[in-house]
Design a protein around this ligand. Sequence first.
Ligand code: A3P
Length: 343
Amino acid sequence: MDTAEISKPRLVSLTEDADKSPDDELLQLVQTLPKEQGWAVSNLYLYQDFWCTAHFLKPLISFQRHFRAFDSDVIVATFPKCGTTWLKALVFSTLYRNQFARKDTPLLSFTPHQLVRFLEHDLYLNNSCPDLENICVYKPRLFATHVPHASLPASVKDSNCKIVYLCRNPMDVFVSLWLFTDKLREENQEPLSLDKVFDKFCRGIYIYGPFFDQVLGYWKASQENPDKILFLKYEDLKEDISCQLKHLAVFLGVPFTEEEEKQGVVEEIAKICTFEKLQELEVNRKGLFITGVPNKDFFRKGEVGDWSNYLTPAMVERLEKLIQEKLDNSGLTFKLSSTASDA
Ligand code: A3P
């Protein structure tokens, strides 16, 4: 492999073994992993049954090795493009609503990704043991991750910390991921061919893929332990945000009081977190996310069923078959358009 792939950002200690340099250990590991070309620039490596870039292996492993969950922690977990940005804003606003005046919500000055930071993509990126106590301004601590349930650190699974998982119908996820990734390509690169990436999507080859494995992992875990994992769907949030917010607040142990409901607090939170509201805020229109992606790229259209503007009938048929095959007997269903019932 190309060592340049793992040398940015600079690797810090991966191992307790003083005889081996962390870079050597990581290189050795990477060389044993199945490899495929990614959608844009980087190669992808199959680590613990999901695909990730070499660049993120190091912080991912640090997160797995060193993170110690508290019982009071809340972790927002998603597959990329399922509405992570929205969920972060919703959970932040609900959990901490009594820690600031709502008209001065930090969402006006910080992006949802700055307020609810990714563990593997951000906090552990350049530091194998970040000082999480001091980094988390609000309490209880609130973090985000894209890591599949099976690969979460043991302390997340063994403690009483809570996980809020959000998923979305795979057709919209695919289109959102394709258009987002296309923006990441270098200027001199060809636009990402829809056909090519569609085939990779169906084979599960993209960052954090396969989609169905991740979604089913959290789905099964939430069925086994509903007090620990709240499983939400993007389409349900779109359909009835007030009802979903109340459900979320109960799950987080901070139910809205009658007084709050009378005062319209639920609607206020829903409103500040809407696509339209967040997208127009200067903080979300300017600047870059840690990975160098412009903040504005996290807000594209925010609709259910936009896939129908891009996918050919043959693609729809292939994805429908895949959905049926993968979700068969799981009890998990997805709404594919804003008018359709679950499929
Ligand atoms: P589209 O590309 O379909 O528009 P993530 O935050 O996981 O990266 O997901 C991004 C997707 O969520 C994008 O979908 C984006 O437009 C949408 N999104 C971002 N903020 C949203 C919000 N407040 N409400 C609904 N959808 C939102």
